[in-house]
Design a protein. Structure first.
Length: 318
């Protein structure tokens, strides 16, 4: 049965050393945060700013419409044009605003440009101006991004649309703000990653150094433990040799006294016996007694030599 891919990834991750684990965990946190930031900037911040610009454009059109009704600016084109220029100075995002009226020429309705902040070449088609509520359209081209606003100027006393405002409100400021926001977010993410990597590298070096010192201390501890064990073994061996030496000395003392007595009596018996055959047998017995006397002495000497050799080895090891 094939292993689960998630299980393989999990085993691979836990098989890594501490450094790659930290860097991968950090990437798993920062990359989604950065993507979420870009998503919020694109799907939330930009639409909010665009809506704010649209409301500014509608507010400008509303203000001009009120001025046209209150001051009868349609009959005074120069004042109307001055008002439009004043409004474009106050609102730099307002790139174009025109006031249009309908007129009938040879039975055909056409739009006439009464005033504009720029030189208009041709008036738009009259068929597009049959509405009583403001119309807004977001135009996104390669070279520009604007709100196109068509605003009816209504004379409420006569309940009639007497003119139309056509305004283009640039979204260049929105694009600039979102671009700056993206650059700041990207720079902040890069700086945050660099800072975190530097901090992690610093602490990783300290962790590695501490681990190296810990391993060295463990090695030293093992060596000291082995030396202590060897010393304890040596002391135990010396104690055994000392006990055996004491027992051997006691044994030699206990057996030496009767053997010396036996040897002395054999010597006297040898002097008293006349027959050669009996003397030979007494000599054999005496030689064996002498041999028995030498056994405790040789054993004691061997134990002393072994004890001195063990002591010398212990000093050499320390």
């Amino acid at each position: 049965m094939a292993a689960n891919p998630f299980s393989r990834i999990t085993r691979w991750f836990f098989a890594l050393s501490l450094g790659p684990k930290i860097y991968l965990s950090l990437s798993a946190i920062l990359i989604p945060v950065f993507i979420l930031t870009i998503f919020v900037q694109t799907k939330v911040t930009r639409p909010l700013l665009q809506e704010e610009v649209r409301q500014i454009g509608l507010s400008v059109c509303r203000s001009i419409s009120s001025d046209i009704i209150a001051q009868n600016l349609l009959g005074r084109p120069e004042m109307l044009e001055a008002r439009l220029l004043e409004m474009t100075w106050q609102q730099p995002s307002l790139v174009r605003i025109s006031v249009l009226t309908k007129e009938t020429v040879e039975g055909v309705e056409k739009m006439k440009i009464v005033a504009s902040n720029i030189d208009e070449e041709t008036a738009p088609e009259a068929a597009a101006f049959n509405f009583t509520d403001p119309q807004t359209t977001l135009e996104n081209d390669d070279d520009r991004s604007v709100w196109e606003i068509l605003y009816p100027v209504q004379n409420k006393a006569r309940n009639k649309v007497i003119a139309y405002l056509k305004a283009d409100v640039s979204l260049q400021l929105v694009e600039r703000v979102t671009s700056i926001f993206t650059e700041i977010a990207s720079l902040g993410a890069i700086l945050a990653i660099a800072l975190l990597i530097w901090i992690l590298s610093y602490y990783m070096k300290r962790i590695i150094e501490n681990e190296r010192r810990l391993r060295a201390a463990e090695t030293t501890n093992i060596e000291l433990t082995e030396q202590l064990h060897e010393t304890q073994q040596q002391l135990f061996q010396n104690e055994k040799l000392a006990i055996m030496g004491q027992l051997t000395a006691s044994f030699a003392h206990e057996i030496g006294t009767p053997l010396n007595s036996l040897s002395g009596h054999l010597q006297l018996l040898h002097d008293e016996v006349i027959a050669d055959k009996s003397r030979n047998r007494i000599d054999i017995i005496n030689s064996q007694v002498t041999r028995i006397e030498g056994i405790p002495f040789n054993l004691t000497r061997q134990l002393k030599d072994e004890e001195e050799r063990s002591r010398d080895l212990g000093f050499a090891g320390s």
